[in-house]
Design a protein around this ligand. Structure first.
Ligand code: B12
Length: 568
């Protein structure tokens, strides 16, 4: 049996979700993952790349995807059979508060001599509580740049050196907690290596495709992510990834960008291995004009065959839109205005007018965008139920005016399940108009076991309490669905199925509310079990509306194998 140096494990949000009665609700409608949040952080691949380059034996194990893919998959047994010096678990997203800690306990139980470490945004925020309360966790890697610290840690373990020199590490040492601080914060994302073949090589090495799969639906809808930035220049009130939060929590004073030349190398590498949409994470306008001009010129010269998806934090200027149109044959665009109301949008931290927004959307469509996705949120400051419904009305009007059919797709979804710790709304709730129900990690772990997403929410606002947040979500979901079918953006069948699911979710929610107060609580919920998870997938829209890839992963197999075996 292979003994690994490092196994990177991704847990489901709640362990064991398959045995629970949970109505997750529309918490993951806008991302490729299911409500179990099975997608592992990009950081797994960059950590694994650096270690593999230094001759360490590393593997990725996506337990969440395995557990979703097969009801019979026994996570406990699988873990008991893997030997590794170190097990690294991500607690990046707070919705993994339950699963990540439970998996850490399980690993320590089977492998008491192995080190169990955590890393990611949420574990950085809660490192003190983690090391104080969960003795199965030996250390937490802090900050947003842990590739090098992980290498230092592996070397220190090998040589028996003192851990006090390992950067970005907090650990338990003879009963006391040591914090080495965050001194390693990369300033340029070119310093990090992204090996897109790692997944293919890993699968060949372990014969475990599911364990490497970024999310359950990846085979049907493969999406490849290119990271253009770490950090952010914007200050959205509810975001842990805002510029103030990065400064306070991760020691990052300014964003680190990846150079256009490196991005082209990434695109080239992806094309060696996969057919599928390439999503450039981060707004290419953020580093300035000369950056996006250079990037778009290089993309034009490269002529990628895969679809490229661009994300915008502010409406792209005419110049950007024109240059994108000239640079790629086929592209998608995404923008998140959050609300139709510029005052609500500004209270959330995004300051731009509807005129700018509409000019950009229309420009993108004219420039040939295969589709433009617009994301609106529920649960932001100054937004009441009426405002939510006005957003739906606005979207309907926009779709009618733009006459773009299925090329213009608005989505509306709640900020769920949590307001991010570290964000302005979490740190200064009163000032931002929020009431926060959970502050510690343990409190969030407890919330995650609540039977429906209404009770899992860690917040309500001065304008929407928990009940009205849920009601507004379902009403807006229904409204948006009708608006889309009217505009020809989705088919009658798709609309019908969303309509049914929302109605069933509403009924399930009412049953849970009733069961909560009944004496026979456990049994009443047990009767609902099978329906609950199904109802949580694609609630307020059909997740497939978000598919960018036109080709399933099977199209990639020949080139992926060829590249893994012969190219690198
Ligand atoms: C890109 C992104 C995504 C992508 C995910 C891409 C991916 N696979 O990583 C998508 C769009 C799919 C996404 C989804 C979600 N996201 Co998101 N996302 C971001 C974003 C914009 C950038 C993240 C980033 O740059 N990562 C790069 C770096 C920093 O991380 P990394 O390389 O993956 O990992 C490094 C470190 O974090 C650390 N690390 C991470 N894991 C581990 C594990 C170990 C063992 C170790 C040692 C180290 C380590 O070391 C790595 C290497 O240096 C941030 C906002 C921001 N501006 O930062 C939000 C953010 C991280 N997301 C957030 C949230 C809430 C979500 C969702 C839960 C939203 C939802 N309800 O749908 C989902 C969860 C998805 C899932 N797991 O299934 C919050 C997290 C707050 C929190 N504490 O929970 C953020 C901060 C902002 C926000 N509100 O949107 N997201």
């Amino acid at each position: 049996m292979t003994r690994y140096d490092l196994v990177l494990v991704h847990a489901p949000s709640v362990y064991d979700f398959r045995k629970m009665n949970l109505l997750y609700g529309p918490v993951s409608d806008l991302i490729p993952s299911t409500p179990v949040f099975e997608m592992y952080p990009i950081g797994f691949t960059t950590i694994a790349s650096l270690l593999a380059k230094n001759n360490y034996r590393v593997r990725i194990l996506n337990l969440a995807t395995h557990m979703l893919a097969s009801r019979r998959y026994d996570a406990d047994r699988a873990i008991s059979k893997i030997e590794s010096k170190v097990f690294g678990i991500d607690l990046h997203w707070l919705p993994h508060a339950h699963g990540s800690i439970e998996i850490a306990k399980m690993i320590k139980h089977h492998h008491p001599d192995s080190k169990v470490v955590l890393g990611g945004f949420s574990s950085t925020y809660y490192f003190q509580e983690i090391l104080e309360n969960y003795p199965d966790i030996d250390a937490v890697f802090l900050g947003d740049s842990t590739e090098l610290p992980m290498l230092e840690y592996m070397k220190a373990l090998e040589s028996g050196a003192d851990l006090s020199k390992v950067k970005n590490l907090a650990y338990r040492d003879n009963g006391s907690i040591k914090n080495n601080g965050i001194s390693h914060v990369i300033e340029n994302l070119d310093a990090v290596e992204f090996d897109y073949g790692l997944m293919v090589k890993g699968v060949i090495g372990t014969l475990d495709l599911v364990g490497y799969m970024p999310y359950l639906d990846w085979k049907r809808n493969p999406m490849l992510l290119v990271s253009t930035v770490r950090g952010c220049s914007y200050s959205c009130v509810t975001c842990m990834g805002s510029c103030g939060s990065f400064r306070r929590n991760f020691g990052r004073m300014r964003p680190a960008f990846r150079s256009p030349e490196k991005i082209i190398e990434d695109i080239r590498q992806i094309e060696d291995y996969f057919r599928g949409a390439i999503f450039l994470l981060g707004d290419i306008q953020q580093p300035g004009e000369s950056y996006y001009e250079r990037l778009l010129r290089l993309i034009r010269e490269e002529r990628p065959k895969n679809e490229i998806a661009f994300e915008f934090f502010t409406p792209p200027s005419n110049d950007v839109v024109t240059k994108i149109g000239q640079s790629v044959e086929s592209f998608d665009a995404q923008i998140s205005p959050d609300s139709h109301d510029p005052n609500v949008r500004a209270a959330q931290g995004r300051r731009y007018s509807n005129e700018d927004l509409e000019r950009s959307v229309s420009g993108l469509l004219k420039a040939g965008a295969r589709r433009v996705d617009m994301f609106f949120m529920i649960g932001i400051p100054k937004q009441d139920s009426q405002s939510v419904m006005n957003t739906v009305e606005y979207s309907e009007k926009l779709m009618k005016e733009m006459r773009a059919g299925e090329r213009l797709l608005p989505f509306i979804s709640p900020l769920a399940p949590f307001i991010d710790p570290g964000s302005e709304a979490f740190e200064n709730p009163e000032k931002a108009g929020y009431k926060i129900f959970a502050r510690t990690l343990e409190e969030h772990r407890t919330l995650l076991l609540e039977p429906s997403w209404k009770y899992v929410l860690n917040y309500e606002t001065n304008w929407l309490n928990r009940d009205s947040l849920v009601d507004a979500t379902y009403a807006a979901g229904l409204g948006m669905n009708e608006a889309k079918v009217k505009a020809g953006a989705i088919s009658q069948e798709a609309a019908e199925s969303v309509r049914n699911r929302i109605e069933m979710a509403k009924q399930a929610m009412a049953l849970i509310d009733a069961a909560r107060t009944s004496e026979d609580y456990g049994r009443s919920l047990g009767n609902l079990k099978e329906e609950l998870i199904k109802l949580s997938e694609s609630t307020v829209c059909d997740k497939r509306e978000l598919d960018w890839s036109r080709k399933s992963y099977y199209w990639s197999i020949p080139r992926a194998l060829f590249s893994a075996l012969f190219r690198r």
